[in-house]
Design a protein around this ligand. Sequence first.
Ligand code: FES
Length: 295
Amino acid sequence: MSLLGVLDRLSEVSKFDEQLEAARTAVSGLLRPQAFKDLLHGRWLGHPLHPVLAMVPVGTWASAGILDLLPPARPAATVLIGTGVAASLPAAMAGAADWSEQDKDVTRLGAVHAATNVAALGLYVGSMVARAKGRGGLGRALAYGGLGLVTGSAAIGGHMSYAQASGMNHAVPMARQMTTDWIDLGPLDDLPEGRPTLRTGEGQGTPIAVAAVRRGPRVDAFIGACSHVGGPLADGEVEDVRGRACLVCPWHGSAFDLENGQPRRGPAAVAQEKMEVRYEAGRAFARLPQRHEPK
Ligand code: FES
């Protein structure tokens, strides 16, 4: 087993699922209203916010670890540790918002990630208290302990993002598979008005789901897997969200603007892949813009 393979084993432990579900419900209830949750998801940024915010405590604490090696720079190390402690709160809130709307295996590992971070934070707070009391040696020992924990926790977070794909745009693998040929969505009259319909495009050996929505004479078509965690958008619905007609994912309620695929409501932070559409002899055809042309 690889070094981080043990994390995959951990993510299979279902013993605490009930407690995790209760925690997830509590987090969802606390992070209200939806606009606040969207702020934490990073919908306004077009990218998950948590990894951006997490850079601050990780960076300041790592820098403090270097400065603590140089006696004249130790007061600056204390300032950096305090900065990291203060910055850990918004980073944790953004992480909790993302965590509350993830798959079970990610949720399990996310709980380990969070617990490790809380332990690291405790050591850093202890380090600040020790330094304030003039016990610099203890303060530095606690800080190095915290740095070890936060490094491990960062590795867990990276594993969640890369190995468990928790932070990726789940529409992109499908878009990469798809050829740039036009896909026949069928006669306009066969597409129901105002609700998504599943159509299938040609992938490279794999059929690719497309979610098509007809509104009068026009059709909007998207890659069928939601950018958040791959929910089936063709099973969703069309809803007015903040004054715009949106395609709403059935899994966690992300709402994508039918005009441009931009998320109008999270948890999705990135836009949904939108396809070009043309019309010929009463039929609609869709294809991906050329940027995904296979090499
Ligand atoms: S999969 Fe989560 S909102 Fe679509």
